[in-house]
Write a protein that binds this ligand. Structure first.
Ligand SMILES: NC(=O)c1ccc[n+]([C@@H]2O[C@H](COP(=O)([O-])OP(=O)(O)OC[C@H]3O[C@@H](n4cnc5c(N)ncnc54)[C@H](OP(=O)(O)O)[C@@H]3O)[C@@H](O)[C@H]2O)c1
Length: 276
C-alpha cells in the first residue's frame, strides 16, 4: 500500500515507536491516535489539523469498546490499523477486568479493538499491522494458565502475549482473505525506548537501560516500518511476519491449525464475545 492520503489508526502513539510512526505517517496521511494519557496526546498533537486523538486505557476492555464506538461514529473507513501499544511489568498486575496486565494490553485489547473496527477496515479493504517481537519465539505455546496466576514473570508474560498475537494474526488473515482485508506482523528490532522502564523494578529497569542503548532510535525503527509497509512483499501478501528488514519465519506453532483454533476459542470465552 502507499502511505499517502490514507486514514491510519495507531495505538500507543504517545511514546517510542508509536510516536515516531505518528510523526512520520502524519506528514502525508489522516491520523487517528489512541493514547492513555490526555496530556501526552495534547502535548504532541494539539497543533496537528489532520490528527484526531482518543484517550483510552487499553488495559480496560470497557474503554476499548467505548473508544471503538466513538471511532465507528467519527469516520467511515480505515486503510491501516497499527496495533503498537504494549507494556511490560515486573510484578503481576491484575486489571479491573480481572486480567493479567500484559495479557490485557498486549493481546486482548488489540483482538477486541480489531473485532470492533472490522467494519471500517472491510469498507476500505484495509490492512491490520501488529507491531510484534521475535521474543514470541522464546516461549512454548501454552494456554493452560492464560493469566499466569501460577508462574508469572515479565518475560514469560510478554513473550506469550506476543506469541498469542502472532497466532491470532495468522488465523485472522486466513479468515479475512475473502474480505480483502490484509493482516501483517512486524518485529522492529531492538529500539531505544522507555518500554522497559515504566512498570519495572530496579533490576529490569537497569537491564533495559543497558540493553536499549544497543538498539536503534524510534525514528529509525519507524522509517523501517514505513519502508516495509510500502514494499511489494508486504502489499502482495497477508499473514506474514516481517523482521526489521525482510520477511521472517515465525514460531512453528503459528502453522498449527488446532493450536490456533484452541487459542481463538479461549480468547472468545475470555472476552465473552465473538472476535470476528
Ligand atoms: N523497544 C523495543 O526494542 C521493541 C522490540 C520489539 C518489539 N517492540 C514493540 O514495539 C511496540 C512499541 O513499543 P515501544 O518500545 O515503542 O514502547 P513505549 O515507548 O513504551 O511505547 C508504548 C506505547 O504504548 C502505550 N501504552 C502502554 N500501555 C497502554 C495502555 N494501557 N493503554 C493505552 N496505551 C498504552 C504507551 O503509552 P504511554 O506513552 O502513556 O506510556 C506508549 O504510547 C510494542 O508493541 C513493543 O512490544 C519494541
Amino acid at each position: 500500500m502507499t502511505t499517502k492520503g490514507q486514514t491510519i489508526l495507531i495505538t500507543g502513539g504517545t511514546d517510542g515507536i508509536g510516536l515516531a510512526l505518528a510523526q512520520r505517517l502524519g506528514e502525508d496521511n489522516r491520523l487517528l491516535i489512541i493514547g492513555r494519557s490526555k496530556e501526552k496526546l495534547t502535548q504532541y498533537f494539539w497543533h496537528e489539523k489532520k490528527v484526531r486523538t482518543y484517550v483510552a486505557d487499553l488495559s480496560s476492555m470497557e474503554e476499548v469498546k467505548t473508544v471503538s464506538n466513538t471511532i465507528l461514529s467519527d469516520i467511515d473507513g480505515i486503510d491501516l490499523l497499527i496495533h503498537n501499544a504494549s507494556c511490560v511489568s515486573s510484578a503481576r498486575i491484575v486489571t479491573n477486568d480481572g486480567f493479567e496486565m500484559q495479557l490485557a494490553v498486549n493481546y486482548l485489547a488489540p483482538v477486541l479493538l480489531t473485532a470492533k473496527l472490522l467494519p471500517l477496515l472491510k469498507r476500505k479493504q484495509g490492512t491490520i499491522l501488529f507491531i510484534n517481537s521475535r521474543a514470541h519465539k522464546r516461549v512454548k505455546f501454552d494456554i493452560s494458565d492464560l493469566q499466569l496466576a501460577q508462574d508469572y514473570s515479565l518475560s514469560k508474560s510478554y513473550n506469550r502475549s506476543k506469541l498469542y498475537l502472532v497466532m491470532y494474526a495468522k488465523r485472522l488473515s486466513e479468515l479475512l482473505v475473502t474480505e480483502g482485508v490484509k493482516v501483517q506482523t512486524v518485529h522492529p528490532g531492538l529500539v531505544n525506548t522507555k518500554m522497559g522502564e515504566k512498570q519495572c523494578n530496579i533490576f529490569h529497569r537497569t537491564a533495559w537501560i543497558v540493553l536499549k542503548h544497543l538498539g536503534k532510535s524510534p525514528k529509525c525503527a519507524a522509517n523501517n516500518i514505513v519502508r516495509i509497509i510500502g514494499s511489494y512483499e508486504f502489499r502482495e501478501t497477508s499473514g506474514c511476519f516481517f523482521g526489521p528488514n525482510v520477511q521472517e519465519t515465525p514460531a512453528s506453532v503459528v502453522r498449527d491449525h488446532e493450536a490456533k483454533h484452541n487459542l481463538w476459542v479461549l480468547t472468545e470465552k475470555t472476552l465473552q464475545t465473538s472476535i470476528l
